[in-house]
Design a protein around this ligand. Structure first.
Ligand code: CTP
Length: 408
């Protein structure tokens, strides 16, 4: 299944805006994700940046208006339009937005847009006054109604020094929007509702102190992104983390195991699948002191009690309702990995468990990589080599697709 951007043919339209410098970064990021990126620059874009910049980062020829009048110019726009899986115009100037809204084909980019049948995404970039002008707003509306996907713009500091709406989204954000658009086209989880939990919970001791763990949330967020790549509707229930929300995910932030339990039970009633990647507390302080504990009162004696086991509650809910149809859990282990994970699979009535050895520095909590073993109820044990958490997420989503097919 792989990364949704890999081997995708993306036409990157670049139009006249100072945000052109970010377009080069976007082209580079897309190329690094395995996409084949062909840039088309308008004449105004060339005042800010050169075709050579795009050729250098993409390894592909970049096109300009003169190519329209070259030896194959009469069909150039058709070849470019029909060879693309997606057209992204970033930055999209007010002028180009107006042209494509009204079918004005006086340059290679707008001509190509009119000839294209693939999805089109625009990332507007212009001065606030120009963006909020009724003319631009009406043009953006026309495009939206025709199914063009509009990413941004953001509010922030403008090239003029003023603050307002009109900044092009950052390349990493545009990348997220592109993934979402591609997932909606042909994803294998289209129409499926998925709940993913991520991060560690945080159990209060007093007004300022908490008990938590080293989970970063990276694996859960990567799973949410891989599911969106496949067109799923994702609810991401997460403990405290600064990770950015994958574009398209509904993020619900919680602190404690109890809050996560409430959020999970609410979300799964309408879900096809649950992936419990969160590192949920097993124990929490029995009582929470509302003020800040002070040294003057002596060393506090913490009494712990069991935190709710979310997967056990899910198993109970599922035995009555049949939802979610598929449940995948994780097992963070520090010894006798397979046997302990197998016991958890049975105890928590899971369809698949992802076991990882948390004692390895390159695997498990906090790391960017993971070394996982997948175990299913039939006794199949599959161990994978060290991979990035994104790669682990793609493998899991592939498994989820087949589990959902079997269960339907
Ligand atoms: N989990 C849960 N609720 C908890 C603790 C864990 O739902 N209170 C989930 C985790 O999200 C994970 C799975 O259960 O998917 C296994 O978590 P793990 O911490 O490995 O196991 P525990 O249930 O805590 O068992 P043990 O304490 O024996 O390791």
């Amino acid at each position: 299944m792989g990364n949704i951007l890999s081997e995708r043919r993306i036409l990157l339209g670049v139009t006249g805006s100072i945000a052109c410098y970010k377009a080069a970064d976007l082209a580079s990021k897309l190329t690094q994700q395995g996409a084949s990126v062909t840039a088309i620059l308008t004449a105004a874009a060339r005042q800010f940046i050169t075709p050579l910049t795009f050729q250098s980062v993409t390894g592909q020829r970049a096109y300009v208006d003169e190519d329209l009048w070259g030896h194959e110019g009469h069909i150039q726009h058709l070849g470019l339009a029909h060879g693309a899986d997606l057209i992204a115009i970033a930055p999209a100037s007010a002028n180009t937005i107006a042209k494509i809204a009204h079918g004005i084909c006086d340059n290679l980019l707008t001509l190509t847009c009119l000839a294209a049948t693939c999805p089109i995404l625009i990332a507007p970039a212009m001065d606030s006054g120009m963006y909020t002008h009724p003319t631009t707003q009406a043009n953006v509306e026309i495009l939206k109604q025709r199914g063009v996907y509009v990413a941004g713009p953001a509010t922030g500091r403008m090239a003029s020094g003023l603050t307002g709406i009109g900044r092009m989204l950052e390349p990493s954000e545009i990348l997220g929007h592109l993934r979402w658009v591609l997932g909606r086209q042909e994803g294998r989880l289209k129409g499926k509702r998925l709940v993913v939990t991520a991060g560690g919970t945080s159990e209060p001791i007093d007004a300022v102190r908490v008990i938590t763990n080293r989970s970063s949330g990276k694996q859960g967020f990567a799973i949410a992104q891989a599911a969106i790549d496949q067109g799923a509707e994702v609810t991401l229930i997460t403990g405290p983390t600064a990770l950015p929300t994958p574009v398209g995910a509904r993020r619900i932030e919680v602190n404690t195991a109890q809050e996560m339990l409430t959020a999970v039970l609410e979300a799964i009633s309408a879900a096809d699948a649950l992936v419990m990647a969160a590192a949920v507390a097993d124990f929490r302080p029995e009582t929470v002191v509302t003020e800040k504990l002070s040294k003057e009162e002596g060393i506090p004696q913490l009494r712990l009690t069991l935190a709710p086991d979310i997967l056990s509650a899910v198993a109970h809910f599922r035995s009555r309702s049949g939802y979610p149809r598929v449940v995948i859990g994780f097992a963070a282990e520090s010894g006798d990995l397979v046997e302990r994970a197998r016991q958890k699979l049975v105890r928590k009535r899971l369809d698949l468990i992802v076991a990882n050895d948390i004692t390895a520095p390159d695997s498990g909590l906090g790391a960017d990589t993971n070394r996982v073993t997948l175990i299913d109820p039939a006794g199949n044990v599959q161990s994978y080599p060290l991979m990035t958490k994104d790669e682990v997420a793609q493998i899991l989503i592939e498994k989820l697709v087949s589990l959902l097919e079997i269960s339907s």
